[in-house]
Design a protein around this ligand. Sequence first.
Ligand code: AMP
Ligand code: GLY
Length: 424
Amino acid sequence: MNILLLGTGGREHALAWKIDQSNKVKNLYIAPGNAGTSDIGENINISLSDFEAVKKVVIDKEVDLVVVGPEQPLVDGIVDFFALDSDIKNIPIIGPSKLGAKLEGSKDFAKAFMQKYQIPTARYQSFNKKTIVDGKRFLETLSAPYVLKADGLAAGKGVLILDDLEQAQTSLENMLNGQFGEASKTVVIEEFLKGIELSVFIVTDGKSYKLLPEAKDYKRIGEGDTGLNTGGMGAVSPVPFADKEFLSKVEERVIKPTIDGLIKENIKYKGFIFFGLMNVKGDPYVIEYNVRMGDPETEVVIPRIKSDLVDLFVHTANSTLENAELIIDENFCTTVMLVSEGYPEKYEKGKKITNLEKVKESIIFHAGTINKDDHVYTNGGRVIAISSYGENMDAALLKSYRNIDAIKFEGKNYRKDIGFDLKE
Ligand code: AMP
Ligand code: GLY
């Protein structure tokens, strides 16, 4: 088969790494990819907002299966674009329809869906410019901290958590007046949930699903979960507190009702669902849906899948997922993200990365990197994820951190406490 993988980050390098291990694959194309994916397949430099350009690649390269990494093209309707184009409508594409992608693309839609199908989530209401006064009043009925969410995609920055009521009311006004552009024309206000977060993933063909390994992500830039939010600074899998009992609550209360809801709403969905969950005293609550895999969670989840990922995709596309084989590695996998100095604010690109060949017993997943004159240079805020296996979390972390010491680039920064909060 010829496979086209869309995306550019560490998530896509991890997916490409795993796809490449399948004996079903003849050619793998990654668009646009990064320096890491160019070692595995052929990078094709197109913009993912240009669906015609994607179609041209599919036709020119005789692609048999498309896998979508990031959310934006899904929210923009790439799956519907394929379905409606007579030239490519028979090419399977892994990702939800535009309506399904609203589970991530509109928080208001996701909350209403959860409420309708009785999926545990924080109590909420949505407001727009016309109902700003009601929004301020709703805030008064809640207690601090106050959670305000831009309805649409806001590059991971659309959630504000505020301790002070007046500040929350002012923020509501600012958001509705365009702080996050179109994305905050509607704002979801919800109750604050106190607990520990984790990410649970499934792949679904729209009728049945396979539970993938769960993971914990470290979102803040600073040690001890301090400072600004990032795309994610590291991850571990499995999550020790996500025991059998907890995961069975997740399946019964969250995953199955979500699939039932998709069926009842007639939402076409063949792809990943990422449940961002809060464990509140042993009970799961949905913080958010994502319609794709997480990054850097993919860099620990995918390495723990032993069976053939392409086979899983083919079953997903054919609506035969219940017959697919999924074998999970019992080992732990950890990843630590190397980032550019200054990230998640201003940072420089174009720093030469050296000593990658010295990495032993870990997998290097490139995120923001680029090849120039036979060398690898930094090309983003998150640069490289170092993933390692171990029979326990400490053994895996030890390998990730030892290899991080070896890799050099100017301004290299990383969190030194990935997984520490999970130790007994
Ligand atoms: P989201 O973009 O919805 O994942 O929100 C970003 C982050 O805000 C989450 O990862 C949580 O840490 C936090 N958060 C969102 N909603 C809530 C909530 N209702 N209670 C507590 N924390 C929340
Ligand atoms: N690491 C969080 C995300 O991918 O949304």
